[in-house]
Design a protein around this ligand. Sequence first.
Ligand code: CP
Ligand code: NVA
Length: 322
Amino acid sequence: MSKLVENIPSLELQTKHLLTIRDLSAGEVFGLLERAADLKQGWKEGYAPLALANKSVALIFEKPSTRTRVSFELAVVQLGGHPLFMPSRDTQMARSEPLADTARVMSRYVDAMVVRTFGQDTVEELADRGSIPVINALTDRYHPCQVLSDLLTVQEQLGGVTEPVYCWLGDGNNMAHSWIEAAACLGFELRLACPDAFRPDEAIMASALERGAKITLGNDPAEAVRGAQVVSTDVWASMGQEAEAKARRAAFAGFTLDAELLGLAAQEAMVLHCLPAHRGEEISEEVLEGPQSVVWGQAENRLHMQKAILEALVGHQAGKDE
Ligand code: CP
Ligand code: NVA
């Protein structure tokens, strides 16, 4: 066992589920970041703790995925557990078996469910009705695991996550919502620029502001980007919004993160994109492939953050036979 991985006591979280970043305290986010960094280093040296030995994790996906599916599946394997990938269309969920029944049955078989779906109420119901941890692998409302691993990338590049000024450009979508919650949790400054018709959810904004979050929301990309150290964007039409893609392309005109816009950011500002990217829409080819883009390392970090999350949420649960 790598000394690095072995010596640091692994983190236990207060929450049973990870459905939103609001489930975590700031200290827990810092703990996950520290642990993910150590797990990454340990894995590069060839080691991982067998925190999921004799445990199984179901990955129930109702939407497509490359990064989230592969990183969670491999994270379970690297921690010594058994992943089961279950496209929901191949399950009885697709034939209207109630979520409550699915949750209770899966709880008799596996030790956790990683779920990608449409409604946040789906992951909430699975969590309420089952007896095992549920991890949100993306809903229409949030993408918490992505933003946690994006913070790992910021930490690696800039040495910390609370000092930089962050900018979010484009759609007020699931990623924007999780960034807003991260800003409220950790206290960093976040500036969002979204077209008026595509602003983030008002309740999510209001809740963050009530907690003292340093967030501004406008519709001017240049104003939001100016001086920022971390510039993040995402597709204009998320999964499930394909029919709106054309109308959205028109509505988001002026929001492309191109070299001119990035030139307003801090010198050597880092560019994040959760991927998949649509070159020439929300981000130019030049910026995505340019020296300030860290998107490939950002994608790699999903693997190590998923391990930290799984270890903390599932590794500490008593196994099925205990
Ligand atoms: N960023 C992300 O969640 O990618 P996938 O849709 O490929 O999982
Ligand atoms: N907002 C995007 C993120 C994809 C990882 C979507 O929901 O499709």
